[in-house]
Ligand binder design. Sequence first.
Ligand SMILES: NC(=O)C1=CN([C@@H]2O[C@H](COP(=O)(O)OP(=O)(O)OC[C@H]3O[C@@H](n4cnc5c(N)ncnc54)[C@H](O)[C@@H]3O)[C@@H](O)[C@H]2O)C=CC1
Ligand SMILES: O=C(O)C1=N[C@H](C(=O)O)C[C@H](O)C1
Length: 247
Amino acid sequence: MTKTKVAVIGAQGRMGTQAVGAVGSAGDLELAGALDKDDNLGDLGGAQVAVILSVPDAAPDNVAHCIERGVHCVVGTTGWTDERLAAVQAQLEQHPSVGVLIAPNFAIGALLALEFARKAAPYYESVEVIEQHHPDKVDAPSGTAVRTARVLAAARAEAGLGDVPDATTSDPLGARGARVDGIPVHAVRLRGRVAHEEILFGGPGEALTIRHDSFDRESFMPGILAGVRAVADHPGLTVGLEQYLDI
Ligand SMILES: NC(=O)C1=CN([C@@H]2O[C@H](COP(=O)(O)OP(=O)(O)OC[C@H]3O[C@@H](n4cnc5c(N)ncnc54)[C@H](O)[C@@H]3O)[C@@H](O)[C@H]2O)C=CC1
Ligand SMILES: O=C(O)C1=N[C@H](C(=O)O)C[C@H](O)C1
C-alpha cells in the first residue's frame, strides 16, 4: 500500500504534538515532516497533505505556502476572518486541484452539536453560545463558537426569525458578551478546561441546552485523520469537517 505523506505544521504545540503521534501511528500515513516556527517549511518533506495547527497569525502564510506547492491542507488553526478566507479562495483559483479544509473543530461530538443546533434553531426565540477553554488559548471567541453562531444566525434567518430578544440598554462593561451575526457569544477561560461549548436555547416556558466537552485533545485526532484521508478528493476550500462526513 502506498502511504500518504503528511507534514504537521505547528508540530511542537499542544495539538501538533498529538497530531504527530496520530499520523505516525496510522498505517496508511507517513509522517514526512514535523515543522514549527523556527523551521524552513521548504518542500514540506515531500508531503502530499499538510496538517496545520500553528497559531492564528501564522496559519494564513502556512496555508499559502502549501497551496503554492500543490500540497493539500487540513487546517485546525482558528482565527479565520472573511478576508483571510477570501485570500485562500483567490489563491486556490490558481491551483484548482488543491483541497483546503478549514475545520474549526475536529471532534465528532462538536460536529454533531453543530448539526443539532442547526436543527433546533428555527424553534426557539432565544439562543446564546457559551464556550469554555484553557487560559493559554490566544483567540476569543473560539473558532467553534464563531462557526456555531454563524450557523445559528443563518438557520434563524432562513426560518424568518428576527433578532434574539434582549431589552438591555445599558451595558458599559460588556457583560452581555460579543455578538457574532447577532448571536450573543460568551468566552470563559479557566485552568483545567480543555474545550467546551454550550448552545442555550430558550422559548416560552422551556429551555434546550446542547453541550459538548472535549476533556482531552485525543478527541480531535480521529477528525484530523479523516480530514487528511479525504482532503485530496475535495478540491477547493471547505469550511467544516462535517462537509466531508455524512452528518
Ligand atoms: N480544529 C480543532 O479541532 C482544534 C483547533 N485548535 C486550534 O489549533 C491552534 C493551535 O492550538 P494549540 O496547539 O493549543 O496551540 P499551541 O500554542 O500549543 O501551538 C501552536 C504551535 O504553532 C507554532 N507556530 C507559531 N508560529 C508558527 C509558524 N509561523 N510556523 C509554524 N508553527 C508555528 C508554535 O510554536 C506552537 O508550537 C489554535 O488556533 C487552536 O484554536 C485547537 C484544538 C482543536
Ligand atoms: O484552542 C483550543 O484549544 C481549541 N480551539 C478550537 C476553537 O477555537 O474552536 C477548537 C477547540 O475548541 C479547541
